[in-house]
Structures are given as C-alpha cells and as structure tokens.
Design a protein around this ligand. Structure first.
Ligand code: FNR
Length: 188
C-alpha cells in the first residue's frame, strides 16, 4: 500500500454463537491486514427482527440503519460466515434482506470479499456460492479470488485468542485483503 488515505473495511459476521469460529476469524482479520487498511465491524446481525414489509413501513430498525451507514462509509465489506444446511445462515440472509430494502442500498457496487468455513472438509463452499448469488441481486462487486473456504476451521483458529494458528490460512486471508484493497484502489 502506498501512503494514501487508509482504506476502511468492515466485517459482517454470519454466526451468532458465543464461541463462534467465524467470529474469531473476523476478529483476526485486522491483525492480518497490510498497512493502510483499517478494519472494524459493521455491527451485529443479532436482534434484527425477521424481515416484514409491514415492519419496514413503520420504519427501519435503528440497528439496521447503523449497519447500513457503516457499510455505506466503508470502502469494502468482508462477509465471514458459516454454512447452514448447505446455504447462508438465516440470520445473515435476514440482515441482507433488510439491507436490500434501503435507498441507497448500501451494498450496491460495494467491493465485497467472502470468507466461509466449516469443521468439515468443504469449508462452507456451498454457502459461499449461494451468498455470491445473493450478491448478484444486491449488485455488490464480489472479489473472485482468492476464495477463502476454511475446511477444518476448528483446528485453524483459536476462539479464545482469535489467533489463526494455521499458517496457510493466515497467508490466504492476508492475500485476500491485498486483493480486496487492489479492487478498491486498482493502482496500488
Ligand atoms: C451446521 N453446520 C454445517 N456445516 C457445514 O459444513 N455444512 C452445513 O450445511 C452445515 N449445516 C449446519 C446447520 C446448522 C443449523 C448448524 C447449527 C450447523 C456446522 C457448522 O459449520 C458449525 O457448527 C460451525 O462451527 C458454525 O460456525 P460458528 O458458529 O462456529 O462460527
């Protein structure tokens, strides 16, 4: 990165579980970022009501508006999520459904990177490809590669310290941050 204004990325987490491996991955991301990138959370998807057009007519939930503002102000978003039943966890889909109803829609033309994982071998690949499909409708600009699908996630991140203990995974995460930064600022 050159000495320019720092890039600001936000993370969006798809798990609500207290000792979530994906939450630990999201917490680890700042430590893997190259100089010149600041990373914060976009806010929690927890507590958003189920999407309902009648609720929307009464007004968007304040937590959603705060999340939308964080995404709007960010240069890019990193979605970190487990796979549930071969797809995107319902709570994350719900948050995306709410976000999609806003004007301006905060993910439109927004650079987005995706990280999925699983204790199993496939690393959440099926959820990742469902999420990529959802992102088409939201008109997000999803980074193609490197794809991050962390198989055996339970042995690659320590949820207590948020340290990515698997070197190859940490290196790939760092590479993805560089690729995302290049997508935001192609000249770098
Ligand atoms: C899962 N899990 C799972 N794993 C997977 O690889 N493919 C899948 O389709 C599913 N489906 C699924 C459904 C539901 C309802 C649960 C609760 C779990 C296992 C999942 O990957 C595992 O619980 C992760 O640890 C969840 O991520 P966090 O919460 O640790 O970040």
């Amino acid at each position: 990165m050159t000495a320019q204004k720092p890039l600001r990325f936000v993370t969006l987490l798809g798990s609500l579980r207290r000792n979530s491996f994906h939450a630990a991955i999201a917490r680890a991301i700042p430590s893997l970022a190259p100089e010149g990138i600041k990373i914060a959370s976009a806010g929690s998807i927890d507590g958003l009501p189920h999407y309902d057009a009648d609720l929307q007519a009464e007004g968007f939930p304040p937590a959603l508006l705060a999340m939308a503002a964080a995404i709007q102000e960010a240069d890019a978003v990193i979605i970190v999520t487990p796979e549930y039943n071969y797809s995107v966890p319902g709570a994350l889909k719900n948050a995306l459904d709410w976000l999609s109803r806003l004007t301006p829609q905060p993910l439109a033309e927004k650079p987005v990177a995706i990280q999925t994982g699983s204790p199993g071998m496939i690393g959440g690949a099926r959820a990742q490809y469902h999420l990529r499909q959802i992102m088409v409708f939201l008109d997000a600009h999803v980074l193609n590669k490197p794809e991050i699908m962390i198989g055996g996630i339970h042995s690659k991140i320590d949820p207590e310290t948020s340290e990515v203990t698997d070197e190859a995974t940490a290196a790939l995460m760092a590479q993805q941050l560089v690729a995302l930064a290049r997508m935001v600022r192609p000249g770098d």
